[in-house]
Design a protein around this ligand. Structure first.
Ligand SMILES: Nc1ncnc2c1ncn2[C@@H]1O[C@H](COP(=O)(O)OP(=O)(O)OP(=O)(O)O)[C@@H](O)[C@H]1O
Ligand SMILES: [Mg+2]
Length: 247
């Protein structure tokens, strides 16, 4: 088929010339990026660069003005977000923590488990998840809204692990967390990476993201201005001054 020839070889997620606008505001202007299976890719950029918009448009939470997105070789254009999540395994975790506050920790995990059934019994899945998040096990019967911000972020990641997605789209996993919790969250993400989970994350915490990701793209005012390995971008001090507003 025609679209196959356009797909970058080995791209698991292939975003081509994506444009997204909010009325007159052009938030994403012609972004193209790829993520290979098993790869972790970061999109870094300052406030308002268009990071969340890009991620939301990739999973069809907001409409695209133009451009194409292919996931595992198929175009995603008309597939609703919940179908992408449930059927195709593309899970988006928003920056405002995806927990249901009035439900308990266990009920939150149950919902994620049942939303994407992988044939693994819930008890087995939670056993594994609690191995990673002992603090959540202690709080299994507590409403999620009573957890601290850091614990809610842990629950967000635990929800992703209970039915592992084929690709995890993460918006600012370290937002609002103390330095210690940022380290904890990234230790968990590294573990996900070791298991071969494919991840695309956006971050304002540029250094944490570049240290973590295999590859990264720098977004500035809706446009990708640079890309490279996390290591190479970390070593580029000019980049920080020029595009990221940090030193
Ligand atoms: N719902 C909306 N309506 C209108 N404009 C919006 C809307 N959401 C975002 N924008 C604008 O689009 C641009 C990109 O915003 P976006 O939230 O994608 O940036 P971001 O890189 O995620 O920023 P941050 O690091 O602060 O989360 C900004 O100029 C923002 O003001
Ligand atoms: Mg954002």
């Amino acid at each position: 088929m025609a679209w196959k020839s356009a797909m970058t070889e080995s791209a698991f997620l292939d975003v081509q010339d994506l444009h997204v606008a909010y009325g007159p505001i052009k938030a994403v202007r012609g972004c193209s990026l790829t993520v290979a299976e098993g790869e972790t890719v970061a999109i870094v950029g300052a406030n308002g660069a268009g990071k969340s918009t890009l991620l939301r448009a990739v999973c069809n939470l907001i409409p695209r003005a133009s451009g194409k997105v292919f996931f595992a070789g198929s175009p995603t254009a008309v597939i609703p977000t919940h179908v992408l999540a449930r059927r195709d395994g593309m899970l988006f975790v928003p920056e405002d923590r995806a927990v249901l506050r009035t439900l308990t920790v266990l009920e939150n995990l149950r919902l994620s488990h049942d939303a994407r059934p992988l044939g693994r019994p819930f008890e087995k899945a939670t056993e594994e998840v609690f191995g990673h998040f002992p603090r959540l096990q202690e709080r299994a019967d507590q409403p999620a809204g009573s957890l601290s911000g850091g614990e809610q972020q842990m629950l967000t990641l635990a929800r992703a692990l209970v039915s592992p997605p084929r690709i995890l789209l993460l918006d600012e996993p370290s937002l609002g967390l103390s330095p210690r919790l940022v380290r904890e969250v990234y230790a968990i993400l590294r573990d996900f990476r070791k298991r071969g989970m494919t991840m695309l994350l956006v971050e304002q915490n540029v250094r944490a993201a570049l240290r973590f990701a295999h590859r990264a793209y720098v977004l500035r005012q809706g446009t990708i201005v640079q890309q490279g390995t996390g290591e190479a971008l970390l070593a580029d001090s000019g980049l920080f001054r020029q595009y990221l507003g940090v030193h």
